[in-house]
Design a protein around this ligand. Structure first.
Ligand SMILES: [Zn+2]
Length: 392
C-alpha cells in the first residue's frame, strides 16, 4: 500500500501509563468513559493487530494478550508498540496525561485535578515526562500546551488577585515559548458556542475549574492571539470524547463565528478528533483557509471503518487541511492502532481511487505525504527537542 513505511507526525497524543496493568484497568483505558471493553471494535483490533507485536498470533485471546503483556512488562511493550507506529515526530498534549503508576486516572474527570496537581504543572516534571516518552517512542517530542490548565494553575497559585488576567497571559506566554502549539478543551467546559471576548471579563474568576463561558471565551481569544503572534496553531477538542462532554455542544459548526473573526489574524485553528462531526469540520476547512482537522481518536475506535471516515473527511476538506494524529492516551496500543488503521484505511481508499483512475499514483502518494507529515510541517514550528534514536 502507498501508506506503508511513510513517516508520520502524530500531531495530537498523550503519554502512556508507566506501570503494568490488570485486566480491569486495561479495559477501562480502551474506552473514553469508564466502559472500555475488549468486546468492541477497538478491543478486537488490539487482539488482531497488537498481539503479533507481542509475539502472539493474530486474534490471540484477551487473557492471553494480557498475560504476555505482563510477561514482557510495560516498558518493553510500550517501546515495541510506539516504535512500531512509524511516527518520527510526536506533539504531546501535556495538559492531561496518565500519571506514573496511576492507570485509573482516566476514571477521574480529565480536568478536575489539574489546577492543583504539582506533578502536572511543574516545568521540570513536564519536560521529564516528554523525555521519558521520547526514550520509549523514539523520534522528536514536542509539547502542546493546554490553555485551561495554565489558567487554572495560575489561579490556584495566586488566588483571585487584581492582576490575575495579566498573570494568566504572562504564564501562557512563558509556556508557549517552549511549545509548538496551544490547545483548548472549551468544548468540555461550556461548549463551542462561547462568546469571543477581546478584553477580560470585569470580574476576576471565582472558580478554580473554569466553566464560565465569558472567561473561557476571553482565554481562547487570548490563545488565538498569542498563537498568531508566535506562529503556534490553536487546537480545539471537537466531537467525541469523555463522557462529561455534551456532544451536541462540541459540533465545530458552533465555531463558525469564531472562525470568521480569526480568519485574517494569522491564527491557525486545528479541529481535533471531529467524529461524528468530521463532515462539518471538512466543510469548515473548505470555507476557512486557516482551518485544519484530524481524525485522531476516531480512527482506532471505528476500526475497519477508518477508510470510510477518511473518505468522508476528504469530501470537502482541501488536501492541505487534513493531518494525522492518534490521540493515543494511556495505552501504547492506541498510538499503534491509530497509525496502523490510518495506514490501512487510507491505503485501501487510495488503492480504490487509483483502480478507478480517479487519481494518479503520484498524486495519491503526495496526498499520503501531506496528511502523514507535510501538512503538520506547514503549520507547526520546528521541533524544540533533540531526536532520541537509541534503543531504550
Ligand atoms: Zn487528546
Amino acid at each position: 500500500m502507498l501508506t506503508d513505511g511513510v513517516a508520520l507526525t502524530d500531531q495530537h497524543c498523550h503519554g502512556v501509563v508507566t506501570a503494568d496493568l490488570d485486566r480491569a484497568r486495561f479495559e477501562q483505558l480502551l474506552g473514553e468513559g469508564p466502559r472500555g471493553t475488549f468486546d468492541s471494535t477497538l478491543g478486537t483490533a488490539v487482539r488482531r493487530f497488537c498481539a503479533p507485536v507481542l509475539d502472539l498470533p493474530p486474534h490471540a485471546g484477551a487473557d492471553e494478550y494480557l498475560r504476555r503483556r505482563a510477561e514482557l512488562g510495560w516498558h518493553e511493550v510500550s517501546s515495541r508498540l510506539l516504535r512500531g507506529t512509524g511516527v518520527t515526530r510526536w506533539l504531546v498534549d501535556t495538559g492531561f496525561g496518565p500519571e506514573p503508576g496511576h492507570p485509573a486516572e482516566r476514571m477521574r474527570s480529565r480536568t478536575a485535578h489539574m489546577a492543583t496537581d504539582p506533578a502536572l504543572t511543574a516545568g521540570s516534571q513536564r519536560s521529564a515526562r516528554l523525555t521519558e516518552f521520547g526514550a520509549l517512542a523514539g523520534g522528536t517530542v514536542d509539547e502542546v500546551v493546554r490553555l485551561e490548565q495554565v489558567a487554572e494553575h495560575v489561579i490556584a497559585e495566586n488566588g483571585y488577585s487584581a492582576t490575575i488576567f495579566a498573570d494568566i497571559e504572562n504564564a501562557l506566554r512563558e509556556r508557549a515559548r517552549h511549545a509548538v502549539g496551544l490547545k483548548t478543551i472549551i468544548a468540555y467546559r461550556c461548549g463551542l458556542d462561547f462568546p469571543l471576548l477581546y478584553a477580560p471579563p470585569a470580574e476576576p474568576p471565582s472558580e478554580t475549574r473554569l466553566t464560565d463561558p465569558r472567561l473561557l471565551g476571553w482565554l481562547v481569544g487570548l490563545g488565538a492571539r498569542i498563537g498568531a503572534e508566535l506562529g503556534l496553531p490553536l487546537q480545539f477538542h471537537v466531537g467525541f470524547g469523555d463522557p462529561d462532554l455534551r456532544l451536541h455542544r462540541a459540533d465545530p459548526l458552533l465555531l463558525t463565528d469564531f472562525l470568521r473573526a480569526t480568519a485574517d489574524t494569522g491564527a491557525t485553528v486545528v479541529l481535533l478528533h471531529c467524529w461524528p462531526f468530521h463532515r462539518n469540520a471538512s466543510y469548515l476547512a473548505h470555507i476557512f483557509e486557516h482551518v485544519r482537522m484530524d481524525l485522531g481518536l476516531a480512527i482506532p475506535h471505528v476500526g475497519l471503518r477508518a477508510g470510510a471516515v477518511l473518505a468522508e473527511a476528504l469530501e470537502l476538506a482541501p488536501f492541505r487541511a487534513l493531518c494525522y494524529s492518534s490521540d493515543g492516551y494511556g495505552l501504547p496500543e492506541l498510538h499503534y492502532l491509530g497509525a496502523l488503521l490510518w495506514r490501512r484505511g487510507l491505503g485501501r481508499l487510495l488503492d480504490e481511487w487509483i483502480a478507478d483512475d480517479a487519481i494518479t499514483t503520484a498524486d495519491a502518494e503526495a496526498l499520503v505525504r501531506a496528511i502523514a507529515s507535510d501538512n503538520a510541517a506547514q503549520i507547526y514550528p520546528h521541533s524544540h527537542s533533540t531526536e532520541i534514536t537509541g534503543t531504550p
